[in-house]
Design a protein around this ligand. Structure first.
Ligand code: ADP
Length: 339
């Protein structure tokens, strides 16, 4: 379905050339869910944008659904793009349009008749589970619902391929799971080929068949997800594999550790696109008369904020701890009291 051959992209900037994608070869089969993981700056966004020619490659060939994208005329490219849907981290919805109008937008551009458009929009609303919300505006929806609109809009023209650009990175863990379930559902129902990029290994593990690990514009390791998890070869891959812990098991183990021994509470702090950094802990300890120690977890900082979760042990007076929790929540960090 998709084949990249020696694809490279160099940006000319005032500080010199930046090679974002460095001679990548990649093949994705029809009906596959393929994940690309890498830290910020690895070249993932550029690679995915090359697939629908939002970026023009400096060299190499890109074939999608049998078409060599690099040789198409503008008109042919417009048509070829209807075969490739895309969803984004921040949804990219039209805020002044309703859910129905957002989903109808690509159909209007395609010149679909009014009757057909109405029918198709209703089908899509049912497919993504947004029945009864067709007349709402994006601002009236939750993050998960917004992404459902994004998915419905991306599928409006019946694409063969769906590109997902950090599509769950702005969502909390539960909503992330429900959106990933929806992606698996439409992958099966529509035999849709899905490529997703992410910096979160649990996303890869939950739904991808194969994964490629990107570093400095290159794919450093690639394979079936289970194989990569069982025996990661590159250091970068090992780091990502380590990222994934079993949250339930960890919660239970930690809660058990601190059960009834009177040495404080265990909290799970979840950072999702938050401005707060690890230094938040130091800040909280300075502001409130409590002590906090980090038990386990990891947060990573990207240009879009901090992501990840920490389990911490807190000791201090109950009311002071409560005040501290309120303060932490104000920093857009989700707090769950485990024990
Ligand atoms: P990722 O999605 O993995 O975070 P990107 O593809 O966004 O990585 O970026 C890869 C590299 O290319 C980075 O060094 C980034 O600064 C650079 N880059 C991306 N887009 C542009 C651009 N339009 N102009 C100049 N440099 C860019």
């Amino acid at each position: 379905m998709i084949s990249l051959q020696k694809i490279a992209k160099t940006f000319q900037t005032k500080d010199g050339d930046v090679t974002a994608v460095d001679h990548v070869d990649l093949t994705v089969d029809e009906g596959e869910i393929f994940g690309i993981i890498g830290y910020s700056g690895a070249g993932k966004s550029t690679l995915i944008r090359l697939l629908n020619m939002l970026e023009t490659p400096s060299s190499g060939d890109i074939t999608v659904a049998g078409k060599n994208m690099t040789t198409l005329t503008k008109k042919e490219l417009r048509k070829a793009r209807q075969e490739i849907g895309m969803i984004f981290q921040h949804f990219n919805l039209l805020w002044s349009r309703t859910v129905e109008e957002n989903i109808a937008f690509p159909l209007e551009i395609k010149g679909v008749s009014k009757g057909e458009k109405k029918k198709r929009v209703q089908e899509l609303i049912t497919l993504v589970g947004l029945e009864g919300r067709g007349g709402s505006y994006p601002a009236q929806l939750s993050g998960g619902q917004k992404q459902r609109v994004g998915i419905a809009r991306a599928l409006a023209t019946n694409p063969k391929v769906l590109l997902c650009d950090e599509a769950t990175s702005a969502l909390d863990p539960k909503t992330t799971d429900s959106i990933l379930d929806l992606l698996v559902d439409i992958n099966k129902k529509l035999s849709l080929t899905i490529i997703l990029i992410t910096h979160e290994m649990h996303v890869i593990r939950k739904i991808c068949h194969r994964v490629a690990v990107m570093e400095n514009g290159q794919i450093v390791e690639e394979g079936p997800v289970l194989d990569v998890f069982r025996s990661p070869k590159e250091d970068m891959t090992k780091e990502f594999v380590k990222q994934v812990t079993e949250p339930e098991e960890t919660e239970e183990a930690i809660a058990h550790l601190f059960k009834d021994d009177g040495i404080g509470h265990v909290l799970q702090l979840t950072f999702v696109g938050s401005d707060a950094k690890r230094s938040l802990i130091t800040d909280v300890v300075r502001r409130f008369d409590i002590s906090i120690s980090i038990l386990q977890g990891k947060i990573s900082q990207t240009r879009d904020g901090s992501y990840g979760s920490l389990f911490v042990n807190v000791t201090g007076e109950k009311t002071v701890i409560e005040e501290a929790i309120t303060y932490i929540k104000e920093q857009k960090v989700d707090v769950e009291v485990i024990h």
